[in-house]
Design a protein around this ligand. Structure first.
Ligand SMILES: [Zn+2]
Length: 465
C-alpha cells in the first residue's frame, strides 16, 4: 500500500484516491526566465510519482499549468523591450525542451492563464457574491478573515503573514493579509476586460480556476515545490474551499524540497541560478533524473556540477550492469525491494542503496540469477522513466559511423550489425592474445563515443546515452 506525506496533516498517510482515475495538478512555471535545476527537480520527482501510479495500475489525469501573465513577466518583458507574449512564448518553449529532455511524461492538459481568463472572472464573481471577496479601486481582493481555515495548510500564524506582506502597491485593501484576485492594469500593461475594470488575474486564482475548469471537481493530489506552500497554495485552498463549500478541494498536498548550492538556498536574488537546459545538454536527461532519484523528494538537495559528475559515474555502473538484457520483471524479490521503498513515501534513496548492495554482492549468483537480476533492475529503471534506448538518446551520425567502420573493412548498414562485426574482429585479436591491437580498437571506438565492456557478453553502449 502506497503511503505519502500530506502537507495538510503533516503526516504520512495511506494513499486512497477518490477513484481509480487519480487527478493530479502540479503548479507549472511562471514563464519569466529560463528554467533552472530547481524546476527540473519538481518536474522529475512528480514524474516518478505519476509513473509509479501507472505501475500500480491507476489511471492518471495529470494537469500542469503555465502562468503566462504575471507581474514579473511584465517587468522582465519591459527590461528586454519585448512584449509579454514574446517573452512567455520563448520561455515556455525552453521549459518544454527541458521537460522532454528529462523524459517527463507530458500532462494530459497544459492550460495557460491567458486562455482561462473567462473562467477566472466567473470564479471571482462567485467569490464576491458569496461574500469572500471585495472590490476596490486597485482590484478585487480575497478577505482572508472570512475563511476560518486560513493558514491550516502552511501552519503559519497571522502576525507572520502580516509582517511578510508588501502593502505599498495595494494600499486600498481592507486588511494587510488580504490578497489580490484581480489587479487593475496600469497604462501600457496587458489587460483583459472585466466587470471591475481592465486588468489581469492574480497568480493564486489561476490555479483554482484551472482546477475547477478542467476537473470540475476536487482533486486527489496537488503538488509543487515547498516554496509554494505559502502563500500560493494556502491562497488557492482558501479560494477553492470558499467557492465550493461542500467539496474537498485537495485530498493530498505533496511538496518537494528545494535545491541548495553549497548550503545556500537557490534564489534569483542570490544570483546563483544555473540553467537547466545547459546541464541536460552536457549530461543527458538520464543523469539529471538519476541525480534527483538519489535524494528523497521532500528533503533539500545539495547541488553542484561535481555532484552531477558523480551521478554520471554511478549511473554508468547501472547502465553497464544492464546493458546486455531486456527489461523484465523476472526477479520478484527485486521488484519488491523497489515497491517497498516507493510505498514508503517514494523513498528512492533507500531503494537505490538496496539495489547497489544487491549488485555489489551479485558475484556469487549463478548465470540465470544474474540475468534475472539485471532484467529486473532494467525493468525498474524503465518504470521510473529512464531511457536506455540509444536511438532516443543519441543523435546518430551515420556518415561518421560509416567512415569509422569502413576503416576496419566493415560495411555499415546499421549500428547493431556493424558493432557485431567490429566486436567479432576484436575478439579474434584477443583470442590470438594480440591485446595491444585489441586495445587500439577499443580506444578508437571510444573516440566516437562508443564504449565496450570486456567480459563474456560483448556488450557496448554510448558514452553519453
Ligand atoms: Zn499553482
Amino acid at each position: 500500500m502506497l503511503k505519502i506525506h500530506n502537507t495538510y496533516s503533516n503526516t504520512i498517510e495511506e494513499f486512497k484516491p477518490n477513484s481509480e482515475n487519480v487527478k493530479i495538478y502540479l503548479c507549472g512555471p511562471t514563464v519569466q526566465s529560463s528554467p533552472h535545476i530547481g524546476h527540473g527537480r519538481s518536474a522529475v520527482v512528480f514524474d516518478f510519482l505519476i509513473r509509479y501510479l501507472f505501475f500500480l495500475n491507476y489511471e492518471v489525469n495529470f494537469v500542469r499549468n503555465i502562468t503566462d501573465i504575471e507581474d514579473k513577466i511584465i517587468e522582465r518583458a519591459e527590461e528586454e523591450g519585448i512584449t509579454t507574449i514574446e517573452l512567455a512564448d520563448r520561455v515556455t518553449k525552453e521549459f518544454q525542451d527541458a521537460y522532454s529532455g528529462l523524459n517527463c511524461l507530458p500532462p494530459d492538459n497544459e492550460p495557460k492563464a491567458t486562455e482561462t481568463i473567462d473562467h477566472i472572472i466567473n470564479f471571482i464573481e462567485d467569490l464576491i457574491e458569496k461574500g469572500y471577496a471585495y472590490i476596490t479601486q486597485s482590484g478585487v481582493y480575497f478577505e482572508v478573515g472570512k475563511f476560518d481555515d486560513y493558514l491550516k495548510l502552511s501552519g503559519r500564524n497571522k502576525d507572520e503573514v502580516i509582517s511578510g506582506t508588501r502593502v505599498d502597491l495595494e494600499s486600498d485593501k481592507k486588511n494587510t493579509e488580504d490578497f489580490a484576485l484581480w489587479k487593475i492594469s496600469k497604462e501600457n500593461e496587458p489587460a483583459w476586460n472585466s466587470p471591475w475594470g481592465d486588468g489581469r488575474p492574480g497568480w493564486h486564482i489561476e490555479c483554482s480556476a484551472m482546477i475547477s475548469k478542467i476537473f470540475n471537481s476536487g482533486i486527489d493530489i496537488h503538488c509543487g515545490g515547498n516554496d509554494l506552500i505559502f502563500p500560493h497554495h494556502e491562497n488557492e485552498l482558501a479560494q477553492s474551499a470558499a467557492a465550493f463549500e461542500n467539496q474537498e478541494f485537495v485530498k493530498y498536498w505533496l511538496h518537494n524540497g528545494m535545491i541548495n548550492l553549497s548550503g545556500q538556498k537557490m534564489s534569483k536574488s542570490e544570483g546563483n541560478i544555473k540553467l537547466l537546459n545547459e546541464y541536460i545538454d552536457k549530461f543527458g536527461g538520464n543523469v539529471i533524473r538519476f541525480f534527483f532519484l538519489r535524494s528523497h523528494y521532500r528533503k533539500p538537495q545539495e547541488f553542484s556540477e561535481g555532484l552531477l559528475e558523480e551521478s554520471k559515474t554511478t549511473f554508468k555502473r547501472i547502465q553497464e550492469f544492464i546493458s546486455n538484457v531486456e527489461a523484465n520483471a523476472s526477479d520478484l524479490s527485486i521488484i519488491n525491494v523497489f515497491k517497498n521503498s516507493m510505498n514508503d513515501d517514494l523513498n528512492t534513496p533507500k531503494f537505490l542503496g538496496e539495489i547497489f548492495e544487491i549488485m555489489n554482492n551479485s558475484s556469487n549468483l549463478d548465470k540465470k540469477e544474474i540475468k534475472n537480476l539485471k532484467e529486473s533492475i532494467k525493468f525498474i529503471f524503465e518504470i521510473l522513466g529512464f531511457n536506455f534506448d540509444i536511438k532516443d538518446n543519441v543523435k546518430i551520425n551515420h556518415e561518421e559511423l560509416t567512415k569509422f567502420f569502413n576503416s576496419f573493412q566493415i560495411n555499415y548498414d546499421n549500428l547493431e550489425q556493424a558493432m557485431e562485426e567490429f566486436l567479432t574482429q576484436r575478439n579474434k585479436l584477443r583470442n590470438e592474445k594480440n591485446f595491444n591491437e585489441a586495445d587500439v580498437m577499443r580506444d578508437k571506438l571510444k573516440e566516437i563515443g562508443l564504449l565496450i565492456k570486456d567480459g563474456d557478453d560483448n556488450s557496448w553502449y554510448w558514452e553519453n546515452s
